[in-house]
Design a protein around this ligand. Structure first.
Ligand SMILES: [Zn+2]
Length: 309
């Protein structure tokens, strides 16, 4: 079994506090991971306002312990308190991750803007978000990012088009089963997509029968697939903060099962691009998550071979 841990860093606090704690825990356990950092302002307070408009908001706040998990400063960031920068506030954390051998990639610029307004900001808006993010990454690391992970697992034809033009090694933008190439309508995209294959902790915690640590760990262990690539997205704000012990318990159980931990860039390097299935990217909903995400649809077999060139 191969396990790729994909660490999304969404907030100022997540990068400053959660990411260093996760880094230490991963080094202690001797397992590697790939970190994707939101490079721009922390407007996570606006995300809370978005969730507030959804039915079931209070239940979700209680279930996930959002205020105790994030703290009021994060909950209000970008609303009544000014947005704090993420990557540019903690460049030393990003550099330390790179020096420790972890993979680094881009998780958008303004996470909340991308997640809430991807369709509204249009092609120029998408390109601006990407340019700002990749420029900030270069400023912090001195190198060009080779990978992108979409905020909130949300993508569009405009986003896939703009990312294709950047000739990245891969993207990890969607939820799905196994690496593929994306199609939307008649449009086919070149960059390999390596989807997240497991639910996230905030989707799992508090679901019926999953209130204690043992049952959450067991729930996950039943979902990792032997003999396959498992891509597990974790969050600096969740597994790096309040759920660190639960995460370490899962990692130890996976190690005992003989799992090999890999970075997504290793997975990407081994992909035979021409042999990847072509799948429609569709919008779907998930239990425990508000709004839509992009998901791997069925494989398309009717595409002429010329499309794969
Ligand atoms: Zn995120």
């Amino acid at each position: 079994m191969r396990v790729a841990l994909k660490v999304d860093v969404d907030t100022h606090q997540g990068l400053g506090q959660g990411a260093p704690r996760l880094m230490r825990a991963l080094l202690d356990e001797g397992v590697t991971a790939s970190f994707y950092v939101a490079m721009g302002p922390d407007n996570s307070g606006r995300a809370i306002v978005r969730v507030l408009k959804n039915p079931g908001f209070l239940a979700k706040m209680r279930r996930t312990g959002a205020v105790s998990m994030y703290g009021w400063r994060t909950v209000l960031s970008g609303t009544i308190l000014p947005a704090r920068p993420i990557a540019l506030a903690w460049p030393q954390v990003i550099r330390a991750l790179g020096q420790a051998g972890f993979e680094l990639g881009v998780h958008g610029y303004d996470h909340v803007r991308w997640q809430d307004r991807l369709d509204a900001i249009g092609e120029a808006g998408v390109r601006a978000e990407l340019e700002e993010a990749f420029e900030a990454f270069r400023a912090v690391t001195g190198a060009s990012a080779r990978a992108f992970a979409a905020p909130g697992w949300r993508t569009s034809a405009a986003a896939l088009r703009a990312l294709d033009a950047m000739k990245l090694d891969y993207r990890s933008d969607t939820r799905g089963r196994a690496p593929y190439r994306c199609a939307i309508g008649s449009e086919v995209f070149a960059t390999p997509e390596i989807p997240t294959t497991l639910p996230t902790m905030d989707e799992v915690i508090g679901a019926p029968g999953l209130s204690d640590r043992e049952s959450v760990v067991r729930h996950y262990l039943e979902r990792f697939v032997d003999g396959a690539l498992n891509v597990h997205t974790i969050h600096a704000e969740t597994e790096g903060m309040g759920e660190l012990e639960t995460f370490v318990a899962i990692v130890r159980a996976l190690k005992a099962r003989g799992a090999r931990f890999v970075q997504l860039r290793e997975v990407a390097a081994e992909l035979d691009r021409a042999a990847l299935p072509l799948c429609e990217v569709r919008r779907a909903t998930l239990a425990g998550r508000a709004g839509w995400i992009s998901a791997q649809g069925d494989a398309i077999t009717r595409a002429p071979a010329a499309l794969f060139a």
